[in-house]
Ligand binder design. Structure first.
Ligand code: NAD
Ligand code: WQD
Length: 339
């Protein structure tokens, strides 16, 4: 299928391009490089040994997006483009609603202009809010707490209503848990700008010597070792879930929600130990206060994706840590060297 990939130069987008091409699909990227660099697409191109066509374009630019759609004629869209930092979303709510919500509406208008009715959307497990029970299944109540989570929840609602008004259309809402890992080649991976917000890139920057130590946000949670538990999912498994979702959308109509996780939770201390093993070096850390807004534990019931998409996670914690270390040690400054 011809697949328009918004935000395709980003962390999850680049990994998905590789899996899309491996499965015989034809991607076209739009990205405004707000949180990515063209070098990431050069590296994908090198890995798949073909050019990756792209347009430097904002998803809020309806005219430019429509022109891309009119030229490329996508049969499906994967919509990654968005802002994703929970803390920043509280400081810049207008930007988050604008890009994540208004950007999604603009994209739908551009799709309608060319009769494209299939979309896979990057949602997040944060839409659930505080767990009433674990693991979360897709029927768990959604009570989004942060501005970021609210933008994802609103976009889910917009897409669901849009599908109801376009009954031949297919909307796949993928609720990712905690994506980590890098491509097995070590050529692409997560490259956060500034101080990483998330655990895995922080640990890997400590391991490579860019930061002195990790701050562990609380060890008094009601979990086995007191530190926060999350369902980490390898980005390559996540990328494959997108391929399964567009292929499912090709033959189905409807709006569907899928949790994308492994079902296995790990604590912060588990992650430190696994990374120490993969990198064969100690990760200095210090326990500090809880981070506001964090929950004790999150785990996915991903059985719905297994049943309907035929997808399940295959890569475990060691593969996640080894691939991150491969990427970080080969690219200590991320894509910087190649820019
Ligand atoms: P990322 O920041 O690496 O990728 C997002 C891409 O979108 C970047 O390449 C960025 O330049 C682009 N972009 C941002 N604003 C844009 C705009 N206005 N117009 C065009 N392009 C724009 O993030 P990621 O980790 O690859 O996440 C991809 C998607 O998945 C996001 O929507 C994110 O909210 C969602 N998500 C991510 C995680 C995670 O932990 N990484 C978890 C759940 C959901
Ligand atoms: C994981 C665990 C922290 C950093 C967020 C978003 C979610 C999704 C993924 C976008 C927690 C602890 C972390 C550190 C630490 N993103 N931690 N020291 O908060 O589960 O999820 O990113 O959609 O929506 O909410 O991920 O990696 O930040 O934290 O101790 O320096 O690591 O307290 O227990 P989180 P995370």
């Amino acid at each position: 299928m011809r697949v328009l990939v918004t935000g395709g130069a980003g962390y999850i987008g680049t990994h998905t391009l590789i899996e899309l091409i491996a499965a015989g699909h034809e991607p076209y990227v739009v990205d405004n490089f707000d949180n990515a660099v063209p070098e990431a697409l050069n590296r994908v191109s090198e890995l798949v040994q073909r050019p990756i066509p792209f347009t430097d374009c904002d998803v809020r630019d309806r005219k430019a997006l429509t022109e891309v759609c009119e030229t490329f004629r996508p049969e499906a869209v994967i919509h990654f483009a968005g802002l994703k930092a929970v803390g920043e979303s509280e400081e810049r709510p207008r930007d988050y609603y604008d890009v994540n919500v208004a950007g999604t509406l603009t994209l739908l208008a551009a799709m309608e202009a060319v009769g494209c009715r299939r979309i896979v959307f990057s949602s997040s497990a944060t839409v659930y809010g505080v767990p009433e029970y674990l693991p979360y299944d897709e029927a768990h109540p959604t009570v989004p707490l942060s501005v970021y989570a609210k933008t994802k929840h609103m976009a889910e609602g917009i897409l669901t209503d849009w599908q109801r008004a376009n009954p031949e259309g297919a909307v796949m809402l993928l609720r990712y848990f905690n994506p980590v890992g890098a491509h097995v080649s070590s050529r692409i991976g997560e490259d956060p700008q500034g101080i990483p917000n998330n655990l895995m890139p922080f640990i890997s920057q400590v391991a490579v010597g860019r930061r002195d130590k990790l701050m562990v946000f609380g060890d008094d949670y009601d979990t086995a070792d007191g530190t926060g538990v999350r369902d980490y999912i390898h980005v390559t498994d996540l990328a494959r879930a997108h391929v399964k979702a567009i292929e499912f959308a090709e033959h189905t109509a409807g709006a569907e929600v899928f949790n994308i996780g492994t079902g296995q939770g790990y604590s912060v201390l588990d992650m430190i130990r696994a990374f120490e093993k993969a990198a064969d070096r100690p990760i200095p850390y210090e326990v500090t206060d809880r981070r506001p807004g964090d929950v004790a534990a999150m785990e996915a019931d991903a059985s719905r994706a297994a049943k309907h998409l035929g997808w399940r996670a295959e890569l475990g914690l060691d593969a996640m840590c080894e691939s991150v270390w491969g990427w970080q040690s080969a690219n200590p400054q991320g894509y910087e060297e190649g820019r």
